[in-house]
Write a protein that binds this ligand. Sequence first.
Ligand SMILES: Cc1ncc(C[n+]2csc(CCOP(=O)(O)OP(=O)(O)O)c2C)c(N)n1
Length: 660
Amino acid sequence: MSPIFKDLTNAVRFLSIDAVQKANSGHPGLPMGMADVATVLFKYYLRFNPKNPSWINRDRFVLSAGHGSMLLYSLLYLTGYKSVSLKDIQNFRQLNSICAGHPEYEKNSGIETTTGPLGQGLSNAVGMAIAEEIMKKRFGSNLINHKTYVIASDGDFMEGISHEAMSLAGHLKLKNLVVLFDNNKISIDGSTSLAVSDNYKKRFESYGWSFQEINGHNEKQIYNAIKKSLNSKKPNLISCKTIIGYGSPNKSGKASSHGAPLGENEVDLVRKKLKWKYKPFEIPKEILNEWRKIGERGTLEEKKWNGVFDKKNKKIKDEFSRIIRNKLPNDFDKLLEEKKKKFFNLKPVIATRQSSANVLEEIISNLPELVGGSADLSGSNNTKTKHSSILKPANFNGNYIHYGVREHAMAGIMNGMALHGGIIPYGGTFLIFLDYCKPSLRLSALMGLKVIYIFSHDSIGLGEDGPTHQPIEHFAHLRAIPNLNVFRPADTIETLECWEIALKSSTNPSVIALSRQKIPFVTETLTKKNMCSMGGYELKKTNSNPEITIIASGSEVQIAIDALNKLKAININSKVVSMPCQELFDKQSKEYKEEVIEKNSLKISIEASSIFGWEKYVGLEGVSLGMKSFGKSAPSKTLYEDFNLTSDSVVKLAKKMLGK
Ligand SMILES: Cc1ncc(C[n+]2csc(CCOP(=O)(O)OP(=O)(O)O)c2C)c(N)n1
């Protein structure tokens, strides 16, 4: 190991252990163990420009083992990112510090993704690598030609999502993906032998990956392994045998260095052992300069790249810039307006999953950045259109991914594609299988990514597949997640409007929940305005002073309309409010809300789902009709009757509430 290399790695180690010590919490073991690997990567290979962290052709670096966050912050500071100062490092884990406990994605900061829940970063990296390949195919390999590097830990590979993501990466032959495995054989409970006996070589080779194993503290071996990976035709796993807490006389190689400060005495001993004579947070000028030189390399690389970009013709440059800036085409609004008119004239009586397919069919050719997929339910979610072409192994000339039965990885991969930029991912499964991808969906919301989840089969209305497939608590669950729009459109017009909002939401993900069963067309008037953008709106009323307001979403809007007609027949005036998106409705003015949900009326809500949350609209005197138990296996219509989700139930209730 050259003396300067040792200094560079020690700068990372000591910034990390001193920050953890000062915060009195955090994880010193990983940065100490992986400092050598990370230094080789940044010194010799990683293409990045701290002066422009968003440069589109940068290599992506993902710290999947997010608990080792100080490794990332140290590298960002040392290489000269403005986003992370020494002061920020001294404020590790303190309120509003960019150096949060676990890396939190921030645009233009060098923190490429939020990690901490183990396994997520790995799936994000697969998404980034796919996005890179798609963009490369579209715009040429002289414009897009970067790699995705990941540091992942034992815990990352124990998580199920790692299997899903790695398996798909192997299938797709994502040769631009390089995973550096911190193979230290230690996790929180102690030796990994307590819980794992996987043969990693066999595991990764069976996925179709290239596998190398090296000493993760040997500069030359690390250098050669990464070099070899650059010419691989497969995704790359480099198992780096490391010592957790490297340099700590009493805690290295032990779980005790994983997730707690080493302690003042031990930190002193590490200083002695690694011959680091500087005070906490002191990085000598010569060493900092060496690191800064590594960071400066990127300026020239980006300049060269700008030269290549400038030579492209205007059309390509404009299109490339448009999708990178996440802007929809100029004529997109006009297209939507035309299609809305067309659907309004057709008034289709179809399942909203079919409505979604019809909307997609009309817009997808105009949005080449839209990349869809499904977790093996393409025909049920209706996510694949006539204009979809399938992404194949080593051939990325497509806009549709067969994710296989891998809901969790699908969501993590969609996050990765959105993070990469230039892609708007959408992916489908049944709403019930939200349970299989929720951890990643939560991160879509936490990171504020434009990811569109298409969840069909959204209620007991799916019928005979029975209670295992009938979502009950899922809307309540989704609506409790901050920064997520949950849409449940009632017909094709609402479906188009919900798609429009989702496509225009740049800082939050969207769920579009769709019915399996055919439902009537309910839109009364054609408006230029996107009615769903208010979240809820008056659909119909029988006079200006309704005694009852019936609020419904999706497939239950028609039940509400039937009830309104039946109430009218017995001289009770009512109104129907369609509520496709509670989150957007809640953002409206008090006046609007009180006007839509008639302040002086009694309220009834109906949704074939848990009633949890509806009380905020119906109030103490109102009643919510919904599901209070699991569903049953039977035809849809029978189930609605069995669970009293009918217009007659609404009428009976209204009469009772009014004392009639
Ligand atoms: C999904 C998930 N489960 C549990 C945890 C809590 N946790 C943090 S690190 C860790 C395991 C640590 O072992 P390893 O991945 O080998 O990291 P190392 O000890 O080598 O730093 C666990 C269980 C987590 N962050 N994410």
